[in-house]
Structure formats: C-alpha cells, structure tokens
Design a protein around this ligand. Structure first.
Ligand code: URA
Length: 199
C-alpha cells in the first residue's frame, strides 16, 4: 500500500513528538514532571503553507500541551482573522518545547538542545513562509539559514521579507508584546498584511 505525503508527515512528526516526550536530558524535563506539564510540540496543518515559530511555552501552553493557547494566542488569533487565515490551516510551534520556569527567556543551551527538532519540523512540513514571533526565533532562523549578515534589532527587521533557498521568511514581533500596546498591535496587523501577500 502506498503511503500518502500527508501520512508520511504525520509519521515523521509523531516520531519527533515521541523523542521530545522522552527527552530526559533536557534541563527543563524535571520542571515538566514536577509540575505535570506537557511538552508543546506544535499544532496545526502538517501541509501548512505558513509556519509560525514562537519562543517557548508559557504556563497555559505547558498545562495543555498546545502552543499559543493563552493571552498571546488570543492576539495571534485576532491577527490571523484580520487577514482571513484560519488557525487550523497554519502550523504553530516554538523553538523551545518545554516551559522555562517563571516565564524567563530561553537560555542558549535550551535553544541548542531543542532547535534540531524545529529544523526537522521545517524539513517535514516544508512551509512556503516562515514567520517568527519574537527575537529569539528570529535570531535562530537567521543564523541557521544564512541570514546572519542581515541580523539587526527586531524593531528594524519586523515586517521585512527575506528569501532563503527553501522558504520565504518574515520576522514579526511577539504577539504578547501587543497585549497592552495598541500601537504595536497596529504594527503587527500591518505586518500580517505583508505576510498574507507572501503566499
Ligand atoms: N509564547 C510563546 O512564545 N509560545 C507559546 O506557545 C506561548 C506564548
């Protein structure tokens, strides 16, 4: 029996999930077990044209195993609706798949440990467009895919479109930054218009 592309992707992504679930070498594994958290692998269409990459799960995400399901997720959903894109049609993940304690920034070692899983997710899903949310995923993607010479603060790079071999790339502000900042929400809405024109 021939396996479809969608099935192949499901199998490969399930393997990533199993490996992360068993990732006892992670410095965040103890926290996961102690708090009865889940790792947050990613969610959405396995044939998505757009992949969003955030930082790391917050508490709501770690409690449910779903990315962007708290307040930042509400902002992300509002932004998607503003350009008529359905959440189920995109793929949403993070660089770091377990929650750093106290919502602190991910550490370089944590990013290095989890990033190969992200690389595999990109290889499997083959999105046309990668949109990073926040500076950590922006810096990772730019360093990883040969855009290190273009690196600059997110205040300069947000909403700019880059082309790499395999996909187009647009850095965006993190939606959490717009929770109490209407000006930034406007900037994000404008950048989402650019994103939707990249398809
Ligand atoms: N912030 C992130 O970067 N990722 C999530 O999944 C939730 C909040």
């Amino acid at each position: 029996m021939k396996i479809s592309v969608a099935d192949e992707r499901d199998i490969a992504l399930k393997k990533i999930k199993d490996e992360i679930v068993a990732l006892k070498s992670s410095p965040l594994y103890e926290e996961r077990v102690k708090n009865r958290y889940f790792p947050v692998i990613g969610e959405g269409s396995h044939t998505a044209e757009i992949m969003f990459i955030g930082e790391a799960p917050g508490e709501n995400e770690a409690k449910t195993g779903r990315p962007f399901c708290g307040r930042a997720g509400k902002v992300l959903e509002e932004l998607l609706i503003s350009v008529d894109i359905e959440r189920k049609d995109v793929y949403i993940t993070n660089i770091v798949k377990d929650r750093p304690p106290g919502n602190r920034d991910p550490l370089p070692d944590e990013i290095s440990l989890y990033a190969p899983f992200l690389d595999r997710q990109i290889e499997i899903i083959k999105p046309k467009v990668i949109a990073t949310l926040g500076r950590f995923s922006m810096q990772y993607v730019m360093n990883r895919y040969g855009l290190e010479w273009e690196l600059a603060p997110i205040s300069i790079l947000h909403g700019k479109v880059f082309k790499v071999e395999k996909f187009k790339f647009i850095p965006l502000y993190h939606p959490a930054a717009a929770i109490y900042n209407q000006e930034l929400l406007k900037v994000l809405k404008n950048d989402f218009q650019i994103l939707s024109s990249m398809l």
